[in-house]
Design a protein around this ligand. Structure first.
Ligand SMILES: CCOC(=O)[C@@H]1C[C@@H](CC)[C@@H]2C=C[C@H]3CCN(C(=O)[C@@H]4CC[C@H]5C=C[C@]6(CCCN6C(=O)[C@H](Cc6ccccc6Cl)NC(C)=O)C(=O)N54)[C@@H]3C(=O)N12
Length: 112
């Protein structure tokens, strides 16, 4: 699969629980993950993939970056976006990690 990773940042992956009106760690993981933007050059698609730092086999998040998706940097270290099912949040290890990740997402959105 000709996918290239354009960024690798450290973040804890969160999902918003609409019933509880609260952010919860993504399924199956506590603590930090490596979050990456993968570009499939063949069909010019992008996805956000997160893998647990403690066990790289555990894929914590795997969602497409769709055209015109709004990626919201709510704070310098907490970014969020939504799809029809979920609201996703990334609580970054540092402002640098967050800024690098946002640049890669913005770049993806520019080419979609
Ligand atoms: C510091 C203390 O932080 C906290 O205790 C918790 C735990 C912290 C991480 C472990 C996390 C960190 C940072 C803050 C930052 C603010 N924030 C919130 O949740 C705000 C506050 C009110 C609440 C209401 C709604 C909610 C939730 C669901 C989505 N959404 C929207 O507003 C969306 C956003 C959006 C905009 C554009 C495009 C996409 C999307 Cl998704 N809008 C729409 C139109 O969809 C949201 O983001 N909300 C975080 C927070 O509290 N916390």
């Amino acid at each position: 699969m000709s996918e290239v990773s354009t960024v690798k940042s450290r973040a804890s992956v969160m999902m918003y629980n609409n019933e509880k009106k609260a952010w919860e760690p993504a399924e199956g993981v506590r603590g930090m993950s490596h979050v990456q933007v993968y570009h499939h050059e063949g069909n010019n698609t992008f996805r956000i993939v997160g893998r647990s730092m403690t066990d790289h086999q555990v894929v914590v998040i795997n969602c497409s970056i769709i055209r015109n998706m709004k990626y919201n940097a709510a704070t310098p270290t907490f970014h969020q976006w939504r799809d029809q099912r979920q609201v996703y949040g990334l609580n970054f290890h540092s402002k640098d990690d967050a800024a690098q990740f946002k640049d890669a997402v913005d770049e993806a959105l520019d080419t979609l």
